[in-house]
Ligand binder design. Structure first.
Ligand code: ZN
Length: 162
């Protein structure tokens, strides 16, 4: 494998466009390419797997099924909570995205599905759960990570460190 090939423990810069049901829902257009460290769960597993072995300059269409993307849509991943459980500063309306702590204190993403009288229904599905993801990706760079990036398992961009 040469240095211009997508492989484990290398930092890849990619341009991408994501379509779901023919609609463009995300893209790196007009932004810096997305950088990720291969093999550390930085991007969805199905996409990373398809990109292994690509070379700088190469483009590819990748279709990711829900199981390899953001999961199947779970009809049971809804929960009713009383409206009074929400802090004053959160707009209690459909579509509001919030983070709640589960029983073990782990943060979990949710969004408000419906509001009826005093009851709010939360949807814990990822917004793209159940969706077939159509990516167009282009590898624009491959480099070795710094030892710190490798240790942390993610890319440090623009001097940003966390
Ligand atoms: Zn870090």
């Amino acid at each position: 494998m040469s240095m211009d090939t997508v492989q484990n423990n290398m930092v890849v810069s990619m341009e991408y466009t994501l379509h779901v049901d023919e609609e463009e829902i995300d893209s790196s257009k007009g932004q810096d390419p997305l950088q990720f460290l291969v093999g550390h769960g930085n991007i969805i597993s199905g996409l990373e797997r398809e990109m292994i072995g690509m070379k700088v300059g190469q483009s590819k269409e990748v279709v990711i099924l829900p199981a390899d993307g953001y999961g199947e849509f779970d009809e049971n991943a809804f929960m009713n909570v009383p409206r009074t459980a929400f802090p004053q500063d959160i707009p209690v309306e459909e579509g509001t995205e919030i983070t709640v702590r589960d029983d073990s204190g782990q943060p979990r993403y949710a969004r408000i599905d419906t509001v009826e009288d005093d009851t709010v229904t939360l949807n814990f599905n990822h917004p793209l759960a159940g969706d077939e993801l159509h990516f167009n990706v282009k590898v624009v760079g491959v480099r070795e990570p710094s030892s710190e990036e490798l240790e942390h398992g993610h890319v440090h961009q623009d001097g940003h460190h966390h």
